[in-house]
Design a protein. Structure first.
Length: 406
């Protein structure tokens, strides 16, 4: 692979510097599809609670690339076992793994047919700028990068770097999201984990001496999910987005003129997948402009929902235990002359930070390499992780509704 004419570095609050010395990586970073990620928030609705959580998918993608770059160069067995092509492949998969994300992270996925994972693969495999850069560097790169991201590449070691229980994606977003939300929940010792990584039987493992750092990583996942990612206010904001998108789809289906000025959303309201060009044009700036237009439009429901999104007039929420409670709230909403299909929504959040698979698949478990060179699954050697795995799955059911109901 061609090297850059000089070693490129970019300052980063998590990793200190992002290092680039491969031309194909540098060209992909500067491609239009990657630059679009600067205009997509990393955290869907959490910037509504943690006001400094304004970081982008672009920064996270660079961070994942940097962790992969360090792994393939600093983990001795990885460096020895992977060819230069495979190291480059792994770094590119880390860089490009989120390139198909739509606005507002996962909340946008309720509007379209394809999820972000499908768009990521389409961008890499179709005639995009990123595809052309990869193809020029090596004719096999587009398909191989797509296979790694889809976790189907022939070499399981490379797949584990991007899609495993201890992968570069999770490690970067925990540290990055903790930093930008101003919380301490997501912190763990990345340096120690990389330093104690070993390759045994085509599995990424951690030396027994690094087990405490892995325990911290598991607990970081637990706390970040419940304190940040699944925060009920963030879920309220994302629920409003879902309701607004659903109203757009319903209006589009009947040909309502309200949507005539909201062309940026039209490709995603049809009963067929929007193409990658439509996704490229719809970043968060375009979506927010669309919401601004809709908040002054003719449909009273869409007008109110988009106003609430723009002005942070979010729905209240309450824990719910059965459908009767939801129906009571729906009746109160009807009494306010509001449509309950758009003004009442439920969600159920479930999360366990680590759940080992029974089958012996490399990327699905975290493996500890003992002093006797035996492989043990993490929950077998860590009392803390064993206790977490034995706990009943934590679930949080909420119903959301306008504050006027209270």
């Amino acid at each position: 692979m061609m090297r850059t004419n000089e070693h490129k570095v970019m300052r980063d609050p998590i990793h200190g510097y992002i290092h680039v010395d491969l031309q194909v990586v540098w060209d992909c970073i500067n491609a239009a599809e990657m630059q679009r990620l600067r205009r997509i928030h990393q955290l869907g609705g959490d910037f509504q609670i943690y006001h400094t959580a304004e970081h982008s998918r672009f920064g996270h993608s660079l961070g994942v690339y940097e962790i992969v770059r360090r792994m393939v160069n600093e983990v001795v067995e990885l460096h020895a076992q992977l060819s230069e092509y495979e190291k480059t492949l792994a770094m590119l998969a880390g860089l490009l793994h989120d390139i198909g994300h739509g606005p507002f992270s996962h909340a946008f996925e309720s509007i379209g047919i394809w999820k972000h994972e499908r768009y990521t693969l389409e961008i890499i495999l179709q005639d995009s700028e990123v595809h052309r850069i990869l193809k020029k560097a090596h004719p096999d790169l587009p398909k191989d990068v797509a296979d790694v991201i889809a976790n189907t590449y022939a070499n399981p070691l490379i797949n584990q770097l991007i899609s495993g229980q201890l992968d570069a994606d999770r490690m970067d977003y925990l540290l990055r999201d903790a930093y930008f939300t101003g919380t301490s929940y997501g912190k763990f010792d990345l340096e120690r984990i990389i330093r104690t990584m070993r390759i045994v039987n085509q599995k990424i493992t951690v030396k027994e001496s690094g087990i405490h750092s892995v325990e911290d990583y598991i607990m970081a996942r637990y706390h970040m999910y419940w304190q940040v990612y699944l925060h009920p206010v963030a879920r309220s904001y994302e629920g409003l987005l879902t309701m607004a998108f659903q109203r757009m789809k319903d209006l589009y289906r009947i040909g309502d003129e309200t949507l005539s000025k909201l062309e940026m959303f039209h490709p995603f309201l049809k009963d067929e997948p929007a193409d990658i060009d439509a996704l490229y044009r719809l970043d968060e700036a375009a979506a927010l402009y669309g919401f601004s237009l809709a908040s002054r439009g003719g449909d009273p429901i869409l007008r109110d929902l988009t106003r609430r999104i723009l002005h942070r007039d979010l729905f209240e929420y309450a824990s719910v235990h059965d459908q009767n409670e939801v129906e009571q709230i729906r009746e109160k909403v009807k009494a306010l002359s509001l449509h309950p299909d758009y003004y009442v929504f439920c969600d159920s959040a479930m999360q366990r930070p680590y759940s080992p698979y029974k089958r012996n698949e490399a990327g699905h478990n975290i493996w500890i390499c003992t002093a006797q060179k035996e492989l043990r699954e993490l929950s077998e050697v860590s009392d803390i992780v064993h206790a977490v795995c034995q706990e009943k799955m934590k679930e949080d059911k909420k119903v959301y509704f306008p504050k006027e109901v209270l």
